[in-house]
Design a protein. Sequence first.
Length: 201
Amino acid sequence: MYSMSDYFCLFLFFFIFFIFFFQAEDGIRDRSPSRGLGDVYKRQAADRLYEAAGKLTDTSSSKSLFKKADKVTNDITSAVKDYVKNYNSLIEEAADTTNSKVTGKVSFMTGQANAYKSSLEKVGITINSDKTLSIDEDTFKKSDISDVKKLFNGSGSMAYQTFVRASDISSAAENASTSVTSYGADGMYNNYYNSAYNWYL
C-alpha cells in the first residue's frame, strides 16, 4: 500500500510538471519580437547575404562570374540583384532589434556601402534614405564591366566588405538567439518550475 507521503510526492511531481510545461509554452509565445526567433531570422538573413556576396567575390577560375566576362552578363546581373535583395532583407530584419551588437555591425556595413555611393550610382545602384539599395537593371547591364568588377569582385571590393560584415552579423545574431530566456507577456522571466520547487521545500 502507498503511504500518504507517496501520494503527496506523486501529486507534487505532476503539479510541477504541468506548471513548468504550460508556463514555458506561454513564455515562448510571448517573447519580445527582438529576441528568440527574431534573432534567428536575422542570422538567416545575414547568412543569405553572406552567400550572395561570396558568389560575387569569388575569384577562382571555376566559379568566378567575372573571369572571362568582357561585359555585364545575365549571370552577373542576376547575382547582383540577389545581393541587393538580401542586403535589403538584412537591413529590414535588423530594423526591429534592440541588440546593440547586431545594430552596430549592420550600421558599420551600411557605412561602408555609403563610401561607394558614387561608384554604385555609376552602375545604376542607388542608396535609399532607409539605407537599402535599389538597382536600375537597364543601366546596370549597360555599365562598364570594369566598374562593376571593382565593386563586386575580389577581396578589395565593396561586396567583399559586405561578405565579411554579414559573417559578423550572423555570429552576433546567433549569440543573441542562444542567450534568450523565456519571458511572459508581462516581461517577467518565467521561473515557475523553481518557484514550485522552492514552495515544496
